[in-house]
Design a protein around this ligand. Structure first.
Ligand code: MG
Length: 315
């Protein structure tokens, strides 16, 4: 007996033919791991992810090093990825503010992301600002990035629930999302930061965003698997027409708000479902899994991804 290495391909109606996986492991994943990985290992990680067919790899974050020690080496790491960028791999980087943007642009970043919150409590805790103040801070960052020819992604966290506020009304999310999009973002990534969303909720938010003037083509989804809902929610988003899905190789990055819970949707779990559905990703699942197993060795703990465990015969 052995585990199959690929899913049986049985297409379903009403789905996109291709999905762009926005790989967040090197940034969102490593940022939330307890251990810190050497810069050379991070560079090899990004290179291996790209070699496995991931065309977008969020590489790092230009935050103040003391805020996120795991990513304090952004200045050293990013230049090591120049060959990848030259070969057409998209390497967005997170920038928290104008200072971070200048650091990123100086190193040649062509895509940046800002990180907003749909709720006041998380905006205050994460950004030390109200939602209004954070949007005011992002406005010149987005404008400057666009004037420099850089693409801009706007993350919106706490779209489906907040650990301090509880339920987050859809109208509340739409209001902040609409304003973040209007700053000039090319794409919004809707974050289920605590993993509580369910598929009807996903559908309701996407529909409400469309009605508020944010087109589906500008929307990405960022699900966490804390409550085991990430793939169900992803399928609901695909059925709505979303074609950009965030995921983290090997499921890197725990859930910062629920100790020992699963956080980011694992890229391998996502790719298994997509390939089973006949949706193209360009990803080689075997190479990707080998990469996650290799990185897990550096982190000293097994990957939480069920697909990685099945394919690598980890128990
Ligand atoms: Mg995440």
């Amino acid at each position: 007996m052995s585990h199959p290495d690929l899913p049986q391909r049985v297409p379903a109606d009403g789905l996109p033919s291709r999905v762009r996986v926005h790989e967040v492991g090197p940034r969102d994943g490593l940022q939330n791991e307890a251990g810190t990985v050497p810069t050379a290992v991070k560079a090899e990680f990004v290179q291996r992810l790209a070699a496995a067919g991931l065309g977008t790899v969020e590489a790092t974050s230009f935050v103040r090093p003391e805020w996120v020690p795991q990513l304090a080496d952004a200045e050293d790491l990013f230049p090591l990825l120049g060959d990848l960028a030259a070969s057409g791999v998209r390497l967005p980087v997170l920038v928290p503010n104008a200072r971070g943007l200048e650091r990123a642009l100086a190193l040649g970043a062509r895509e940046i992301a800002v990180f907003g919150s749909a709720t006041e409590t998380f905006a205050r805790r994460n950004l030390n600002r109200t939602v209004d103040e954070s949007l005011a801070m992002f406005a010149p960052v987005v404008e400057r990035a666009r004037n420099s020819g850089a693409g801009v992604r706007g993350y919106l966290s706490m779209c489906f629930g907040d650990p301090w506020e509880g339920a987050v009304p859809v109208e509340r999310v739409v209001d902040v999302a609409r304003r973040l999009y209007a700053l000039g973002c090319d794409e919004l990534s809707l974050g289920d930061t605590i993993g509580t969303a369910t598929p009807g909720h996903v559908r309701a938010l996407l529909t409400a965003l469309n009605e508020a003037g944010v087109p589906t083509g500008a929307l990405a989804v960022h699900f966490h698997d804390t409550y085991g809902q990430a793939l169900s929610n992803t399928l609901a988003a695909l059925q709505h027409g979303v074609t950009t899905v965030d995921a983290s190789a090997g499921g890197l990055g725990g859930c910062p708000y629920a100790k020992s819970a699963t956080g980011n949707l694992a890229t391998e779990d996502l790719v298994w479902m997509l390939h089973g559905l006949g949706v193209e990703t360009g990803v080689d699942l075997g190479e990707l899994t080998a990469t996650s197993v290799w990185l897990a060795g550096h982190l000293g703990r097994p990957s939480p991804s069920r697909t990685v465990r099945a394919l690598s015969h980890q128990e």
